[in-house]
Design a protein around this ligand. Structure first.
Ligand code: AP5
Ligand code: MG
Length: 212
């Protein structure tokens, strides 16, 4: 089986964009803790109500809540997964190994990019309400304003993609990422890619890592 793939990177570094391509071309399963949490908010579940304010502020949801949600939504015996948005801190990295991955082979990829480039990417992101395709008003604008090129449904803007929340998200990332990178470096599982390249070049680099 292909290695389980853990995508690490700042908000807006391109994890979701690349995960969708890996799913389409290499048939991975994709699990994004951010997407799972947003689904809970949309369905107005108890969990959704609990996490809504935290996510809108740009802070992290507590580790146990996210780990439980992750664990309930993946079955590694079925296919190789892409973990997108988990782990966010050292405790989550340890829990991912011990509770979820156990003995499966895994590889982590860090999407390396200057954080100053990310606010513009995030505030210009639009996402399809139907198929989830990710657009960008600057670099990947839809042919018709507000409409998905693929399925024709409306495009929406994430609530946490405003300037103030983006600042908090980037700050939280800066404060938490180093021990996560060290965790994978120490176990010889870390690769780094240049996430400032265009999406095709990022994908080529990523694909190369799944083949090694
Ligand atoms: P989450 O949904 O995981 O958001 P994030 O980590 O902030 O990352 P994003 O989804 O914003 O960025 P991305 O890297 O996927 O970029 P994308 O490909 O879309 O988490 C949201 C919140 O949920 C957290 O703040 C927290 O509250 C909570 N949460 C989630 N997981 C948690 C956890 N484990 N623990 C605790 N709390 C958790 O691209 C962004 C834009 O850039 C798009 O417009 C795209 O078109 C464009 N773009 C992509 N690639 C390129 C490129 N190469 N060149 C130019 N533009 C590009
Ligand atoms: Mg994402």
């Amino acid at each position: 089986m292909k290695p389980q793939l853990i995508l690490l990177g700042a908000p807006g570094s391109g994890k979701g964009t690349q995960a969708a391509r890996l799913v389409a071309e290499l048939h991975y399963n994709h699990i994004s803790t951010g997407d799972l949490l947003r689904k809970e908010i949309k369905s107005e579940s108890e969990l959704g109500k609990k996490v809504q304010g935290i996510m809108n502020s740009g802070k992290l949801v507590d580790d146990n809540t996210v780990l439980e949600l992750l664990n309930a939504n993946c079955d590694l015996s079925q296919n190789a997964y892409i973990f997108d948005g988990f782990p966010r801190n050292h405790d989550q990295a340890k829990a991912l190994d011990e509770v979820v991955l156990k003995k499966s082979k895994s590889r982590a990829v860090y999407f390396n990019i200057d954080l100053e480039k990310l606010a513009a990417r995030l505030t210009n992101r639009r996402t399809c309400s139907g198929c989830g395709e990710i657009f960008n008003l600057l670099s990947k604008a839809p042919a018709k304003e507000g409409v998905c090129d693929l399925c024709g449904k409306s495009l929406t803007q994430r609530k946490d993609d405003n300037e103030e929340t983006v600042k908090t998200r980037l700050q939280v990332f800066k404060e938490t990422i180093d021990p996560v990178l060290a965790h994978y470096e120490e176990s010889g599982r870390l690769a780094r890619i240049d996430a400032s390249q265009n999406p095709d070049d990022v994908f080529a680099a990523l694909k190369g890592l799944t083949e090694e």
